[in-house]
Ligand binder design. Structure first.
Ligand code: GAP
Length: 524
């Protein structure tokens, strides 16, 4: 099952050594399922979230943003169905009473993928494969399904009425704000509300680093459409319809097939994808991931089987990545129908409909939901970008390179004085000051230049600029490319324009200046 077991470990080791992502409360021995993003890790997270926000909110006229509260009126979770149905299958060892998430344990011990199977099917598999307690080999018994919501108390009284929950998805605060946001967006369908924020799930088995944790960040968009216009999608361009994706159904997956490459148009004609709006949002999600730099060959879309669908969904596609531990969900795209708005209308008494001028009647919109977890996406980006070797070939020390795209990488450029004296540091600081307003730049004077290059390669910084004695004479600098380790010499005053053009793809690195063959070395 684990295809590249060390890749994940190598990425985790890098995160830990460079302090990008670490277990929360490390000084107390850590706290399972909780993580902290530090330094470049915090910047990486911010970059990914900013790129999502720009694409799904700022660059669209039909989407508005939201920053909702984490704790809501408890009835929200009755209405949404989470109080009743947001459960995972739980087994307990009859001997040592340790508890496990049944599906994860079966997958671990059998190597079979069991996503979406019913409790009855899981029970059958447990018996068939004689799955036992990993700790004491005792036999396992199914308990009542385990509700994943974290409970807390609100106010000074410790009564049942003061029970509240940390939100397990950001989506519900969007639904409860539907009416306000509708007014803000001139009352016209289709329109969307987007939010980036923390969600909390008391996962029985947090695992695979930040892939499944107990506190995580969701980037969710709820996009509302007239219920009779689910195929009326002018945004679905010819180019999108011709876009090819690897698509897999539950049946195909159970037979061990990876799925079929199809155009979105063919998938719509075959009724594999139910509506044109669903096809549109699939294309948008994939294009977002491609633009972040994720390798297209590592992505596919998997359609949920009937037993796997969440209580609110009529059709869900998981966008899966080929992780070291198998194809697993990176993001989700559900057609939530009118379930949530109708539920909240019924429980609150609020009118959550939209007046249709043509029909002269009120309609309750349907909702499409592209949902990304930011930590899971960052882990995917790190796995996808992880490489070894380039720097080693040039004798610069570390063998690790993160091939992150600019904009995703924590920094655009590092400014390195050859030494911290003789005016080199002041000149380097001037270059840093000139670049920092436009680019994510850093000044670093510690250690040999080779070691500094290696340090920046490890965190994916695309370019380094070195200030040496020639800079003091002729105001030229050396610029080094992370991908090739090649270096060019160019005037310092041309740096900003050069970086701009390199990022825009209008200039090749080799043409950015005079090639440098000699590697400058500072005395150790
Ligand atoms: N509102 C829909 C929803 O919450 P989901 O498939 O449960 O759907 C959406 O979650 C995304 O949130 C997932 O694709 C994943 O990226 C992220 N996610 C969910 N549970 C997570 C967890 N325990 N740890 C980290 N990320 C998680």
């Amino acid at each position: 099952m684990a295809k590249e077991p060390d890749l994940a470990q190598k990425v985790i080791n890098l995160c830990s050594r460079r302090g990008l992502i670490v277990q929360s409360s490390e000084i107390y021995g850590g706290y399972a399922g909780f993580f902290d993003f530090v330094g470049y890790g915090a910047q990486l997270k911010r970059n990914v979230e900013t790129l999502w926000w720009k694409r799904f909110v700022e660059h669209r006229l039909d989407v508005t943003g939201l920053e909702g509260s984490i704790i809501t009126h408890p009835t929200v979770w009755q209405a949404s169905g989470h109080a009743e149905s947001f459960n995972d299958p739980l087994v307990e060892c009859e001997k040592c009473h340790e508890r496990y998430r049944a599906d994860s344990l079966i997958e671990e011990q059998t190597g079979e993928s069991v996503d979406g199977l019913s409790i009855t099917s899981l029970e059958e598999l447990l018996t068939k494969h004689k799955v036992a307690c990993p700790k004491c080999k005792g036999s396992l018994a199914f308990k009542s399904p385990f509700n994943l919501m974290f409970k807390t108390k609100v106010g000074a009284k410790d009564t049942a009425a003061s029970d509240a929950f940390l939100r397990p998805e950001t989506a519900q605060v969007i639904f409860t704000n539907f009416k306000t946001a509708l007014t803000a967006s001139r009352g016209k369908l289709p329109f969307g509300i987007a939010q980036i924020g923390k969600s909390f799930r008391n996962e029985i088995a947090p695992r695979n680093f930040v892939f499944r944790s107990r506190e995580f960040t969701q980037m969710e968009l709820e996009y509302f459409i007239h219920p009779q216009k689910l195929n009326d999608c002018p945004q679905l361009t010819k180019q999108m319809l011709a876009q090819e994706l690897l698509l897999v159904t539950q049946d195909e997956r159970e037979k061990g097939s990876p799925g079929k490459i199809m155009t979105l148009e063919a998938a719509l004609t075959a009724k594999l994808i139910g509506t044109r709006w669903h096809a549109y949002w699939l294309a948008e999600c994939f294009n977002f991931l491609y633009d972040l730099g994720i390798k297209p060959g590592k992505l596919r879309a998997r359609k949920h089987g009937q037993t796997e669908l969440s209580h609110y969904s009529s059709e869900t596609w998981d966008i899966e990545y080929d992780f070291p531990w198998g194809w697993k969900e990176l993001a989700g795209l559900a057609n939530r129908t009118d379930f949530d708005l109708k539920q909240h209308a019924a429980h609150s008494g609020a009118d959550l409909s939209v007046f249709d001028e043509e029909l002269k009647a009120k309609v309750v919109p349907y909702c499409f939901e592209p949902s990304f977890g930011s930590e899971r996406l960052i882990f995917t980006l790190l796995l996808d970008a992880f490489g070894e070797g380039a720097a080693a070939a040039s004798g610069e020390g570390s063998t690790i390179v993160l091939h992150l795209k600019h904009g995703v990488a924590p920094l655009d450029i590092a400014i390195l004085p050859l030494m911290k004296r003789n005016g080199l540091d002041e000149k380097a600081m001037q270059v840093f000051e000139a670049l920092k307003k436009e680019f994510r730049a850093e000044y670093d004077a510690s250690g040999s230049v080779g070691k500094r290059y290696a340090r920046y390669d490890e965190v994916g910084v695309p370019y380094c600029v070195t200030i040496d004695y020639d800079t003091l004479k002729d105001h030229t600098v050396t610029m080094r490319d992370r991908e090739t380790t090649k270096q060019v010499r160019l005037p310092a005053k041309k740096l900003a324009d050069t970086i701009r053009q390199l990022f825009a793809g209008t200039l090749k690195f080799d043409d950015a200046g005079e090639p440098v063959t000699r590697v400058e070395k500072a005395p150790e």
